[in-house]
Design a protein around this ligand. Structure first.
Ligand code: SAM
Ligand code: SF4
Length: 327
């Protein structure tokens, strides 16, 4: 369907849990997020019902995220249930990769179309520091098994920090050179604890990479469903991409809405609130009523985010962190 500004909304990011087995410094506080009782989290049937109604409204692709989606028990089964919805063309996953090795077979047999693995650094000590205790070896094992699945699209996501060394970009980009995965550098967004961290300028990263790998060309082909801008370095088997929501706003062609694990449908990640679909579902609302609520929310999607802008009242902004919203 189209929103009030004529944008086609066909992509829904669905957070299946706000729990995580890591504690990335820019995403979660050290103590983790307060645990939400299981009953407050949407059940698989509730998620599927919302996605089915979403499909009737024109949603075609679903990204499963969190928190860490792979910590939710039975997750591959949910993926299979979503793949079974007619008109849903793709179900993809964003994960930190540390539990991917154990689950990849079941994920693939349930129809996983693509996976993004978040790895901010290949340096074991720095990874441990950023994730507060995680093992980059586990994440890389996950990446390797995913990259070994024929036909599965695999991307690596890195959120560079201000103090990330140039060497880190060079090593991560090697994954694209060798054909393991497209590698994307995602600009830090001032959301939740992310507000306390400065990111790295994408021009700076590109300059570092061009010194080593040669002049990059803009890639005009289509990769995935998102706003990444890709470049191709000479001799690379895969691409390097940049997602820069703050410095290079792409709201004019935004195609997405978000469903939080507690059942809020959010038209934009930076705005607070959303429509409480869980309350509707659990009050016995029929499909028509839920469809109308979703349609209204999607239609009213704001024109753009307000990162870096003043002149608005803070009350309209989201106070939850990325792991809660479903980054
Ligand atoms: N746990 C999974 C993972 O790490 O991929 C899925 C959820 S995580 C919130 C999704 C993505 O959001 C990760 O790539 C993470 O690095 C990114 N992220 C978290 N906080 C962010 C922030 N403040 N700005 C930009 N990206 C952020
Ligand atoms: Fe967990 Fe992903 Fe947030 Fe890291 S970025 S704390 S892995 S949800």
């Amino acid at each position: 369907m189209r929103d009030q500004f004529g944008r086609t909304i066909d992509y829904m990011r669905v957070s299946v849990t706000d729990r995580c087995n890591l504690r990335c410094v820019y995403c979660m506080p050290a103590e983790g997020v307060p645990s939400v009782p299981h009953q407050q989290i949407l059940s698989f049937d509730e998620i599927v019902r919302i996605c089915r109604i979403g499909a009737e409204l024109g949603i075609r692709r679903i990204k499963l995220t969190g928190g860490e989606p792979l910590v939710r028990r039975g997750f591959p089964k949910l993926l299979g249930m979503l793949k079974g919805i007619s008109d849903i063309e793709q179900v993809t996953l964003t994960t930190n990769g540390t539990l991917l090795k154990e689950q990849i077979d079941e994920l693939v047999s349930n129809g996983l179309d693509a996976v993004n693995v978040s790895i901010d650094t290949l340096d074991p000590d720095r990874y441990r520091q950023i994730t507060r205790g995680g093992s980059v070896e586990k994440a890389l094992e996950g990446l390797d098994v995913a990259a070994g699945v024929p036909g599965l699209s695999v991307k690596v996501n890195c959120v560079p920090l201000k103090d990330t060394a140039d060497e880190e970009y060079i090593r991560l980009a090697l994954l694209a050179k060798e054909g393991k995965a497209d590698v994307r550098f995602i600009e830090m967004m001032p959301i939740g604890v992310g507000k306390n961290f400065a990111g790295q300028d994408r021009e700076q990263i590109r300059t570092v990479l061009e010194k080593i790998y040669g002049k990059a060309k803009t890639y005009t082909g289509r990769i995935g469903n998102g706003p990444a801008e890709y470049v191709q370095f000479p001799g690379f088997m895969k691409h390097v991409g940049f997602i820069s929501a703050v410095s290079h706003q792409f709201c004019g062609c935004c195609n997405r809405v978000r469903l939080t694990s507690e059942g809020y449908l959010k038209p934009c990640l930076q705005y607070g609130g959303g429509t409480d679909l869980r309350a509707l579902l659990r009050s016995g609302a029929g499909d028509e009523e839920i469809r109308e609520a979703m349609e209204k929310t999607i239609c009213a999607k704001p024109a753009h985010h307000l990162f870096g802008e003043g002149g608005h009242t803070e009350e309209i902004l989201e106070t939850k962190g990325m792991s809660k919203i479903g980054g």
